[in-house]
Ligand binder design. Structure first.
Ligand code: ATP
Ligand code: ZN
Length: 486
């Protein structure tokens, strides 16, 4: 009726938490986030409003204590916090499907991803959308995963795939509009702007910006993937777009006032999860338990370094560092290969001067990748280098090598040497990489189907063993094995 006041709906949102269950002295952590979630619920429900709590994907990968138990503490605690829905980030595909399936069973909330489908029949693997009833209001939540996963995490898609997000939404939006008063898209597509331009990937993908531009009838997009700190939501084509940075440093909050199925007013903000926020005692206890259970193995000292081993994101995505060389060399040391190929984006952290623990190594190489050995001809290696020569600085596909040197001139590889000898196009070389690159990840599709085998060793274990063998790293060469001449 015209006398009824609009319904107040609050959406709390997280994205890209990447194993960051545990806060630090600087803040963050699920135990603090829970306190805010409970406060907001109490405040809003007291005034007859409603709260939904959602996660826009990438729960997995980034903190050893979480990674080693397949993010189960993350899913259990998010469930306890009353999460209503989550969509799938690309990092939900870092491990085999069985793990994702297990996570979906442990989570007490639905995985919502309309475009994650069965290769054969095209049917959704989890929920394409859900309709949440809060009071008299029906809220439709459609989930979308990024097509970038086909390049970024291709290994474990298996019998399933991620199809075009826009075409998928064309199918589902009318259905959900019909059933719901408010339409929320829970998206891991990513928000791009001048500060964070779209990557140049060998696959066509939909951004959240493009999605918002292309449809009428979406009220809100809760986004993830780009780790964007959108202090206040961005409006594109009247669609409210929100994203809450990364690692639970912020909890996003959007307030909507809905009247007769229309959003009549709104506001949005990011709530910083500061250190002064009290920790929920149960979550603190429960998460500490998981931390302690994992610590003995992770605290093991594997060696000492007297030089900073440089894994700084911008460095390893533009040129060789001592750490990229060390990682490539560890793979050759373990397998006796002629050449090692390492993607810069797979190197996720530096190692500080001092004792190196197994935790440090897992922080550098968190993906649980295995070491993969292939037989490649000199011609195949040239194809790898020709592709690598096209990778702009800043992209994860930037190539690091061991056992090989080359120069890139005018965008073409020249002077390629294998262990000091000129490359022989017709010779067969033993080449080692991680299973991610070997499966065509980061655009190295020329490696797909090459003869080879998985050693089963994880890249992190191989690096840890190599450091154990070196004992003390006084210094490590950071020579540019691939030299970009212009
Ligand atoms: P998000 O967590 O939102 O995906 P991200 O840091 O992973 O953020 P990017 O900065 O685009 O996203 O990094 C993607 C890069 O990470 C890829 O290009 C690749 O180099 C690397 N990467 C991702 N998954 C793996 C993996 N399983 N093994 C090795 N490298 C990976
Ligand atoms: Zn992420």
């Amino acid at each position: 009726s015209i006398f009824a006041k609009p319904t107040h709906l609050v959406i709390l949102h997280l994205n890209d938490t990447h194993g960051h269950v545990w806060g630090t002295d600087d803040g963050g952590g699920f135990a603090r986030i829970a306190t805010i979630v409970n406060q907001v619920k109490e405040e809003v429900e007291k005034e007859d409003g409603y709260v939904l709590f959602v996660h826009a994907g990438d729960v997995n990968t980034g903190v050893p204590e979480s990674d080693q138990v397949n993010a189960l503490p993350d899913f259990m605690i998010l469930s306890y916090m009353g999460l209503d829905a989550m969509t799938l980030g690309n990092h939900e595909f870092d491990k085999p499907f069985e793990i994702l399936e297990l996570q979906s069973k442990i989570a007490q909330f639905p995985f919502v991803a309309a475009n994650y489908v069965d290769n054969l029949h095209g049917g959704p693997i989890f929920e394409p959308y859900i309709i949440k009833k809060v009071g008299d209001l029906k809220v439709g939540i459609i989930g979308l995963a990024t097509e970038q996963t086909l390049v970024l995490e291709p290994i474990y898609l298996g019998d399933n795939t991620i199809v075009n997000a826009k075409e998928t939404l064309e199918n589902y939006l009318p259905i959900v509009q019909e059933k719901a008063d408010v339409v929320v898209v829970l998206s891991h597509l990513g928000y791009y702007d001048d500060k964070n331009p779209e990557p140049n990937l060998p696959v066509k993908f939909t951004s959240t910006n493009e999605l918002a531009k292309s449809f009428r009838g979406i009220d809100v997009i809760i986004d993830g993937h780009t780790h964007s700190v959108l202090d206040s939501p961005v409006l594109i084509n009247d669609v409210i777009i929100a994203q809450a940075g990364e690692h639970g440093k912020f909890l996003g909050r959007i307030d909507l006032w809905v009247d007769s199925g229309r959003v009549v007013d709104w506001r949005g903000e990011l709530i910083p999860i500061t250190a002064d926020i009290p920790e929920d005692p149960f979550i603190k206890m429960f998460s500490d338990m998981f931390y302690q259970l994992g610590s003995a193995a992770l605290d093991q000292v594997v060696g000492v370094t007297n030089v900073l081993l440089d894994g700084e994101r911008a460095h390893v995505r533009s040129h060789a560092t001592n750490l990229s060389n060390l990682i490539a060399d560890s793979m050759i040391w373990k397998t006796g290969a002629d050449v090692a190929l390492v993607n810069g984006g797979g190197i996720r952290s530096s190692i500080d001067v001092g004792e190196i623990t197994y935790r440090d190594v897992l922080t550098v190489l968190p993906f649980g990748n295995t070491v993969y050995v292939m037989e490649l001809t000199g011609k195949d290696l040239m194809a790898v280098l020709e592709y690598a020569a096209t990778i702009p600085d800043g992209q994860g596909a930037k190539l690091h090598v061991g056992g090989m040197t080359a120069e890139i001139k005018d965008g073409k590889p020249i002077n390629v040497k294998i262990n000091g000898e000129p490359l022989d196009l017709n010779k067969t070389y033993k080449v080692v990489s991680n299973n991610y690159v070997a499966a065509g990840g980061d655009g190295y599709t020329m490696l797909v189907g090459k003869p080879g085998y998985d050693t089963g060793f994880t890249d992190a274990d191989v690096l840890a063993e190599y450091i154990m063998y070196l004992e003390v790293i006084e210094d490590y060469p950071s020579e540019q094995r691939i030299k970009y001449l212009n």
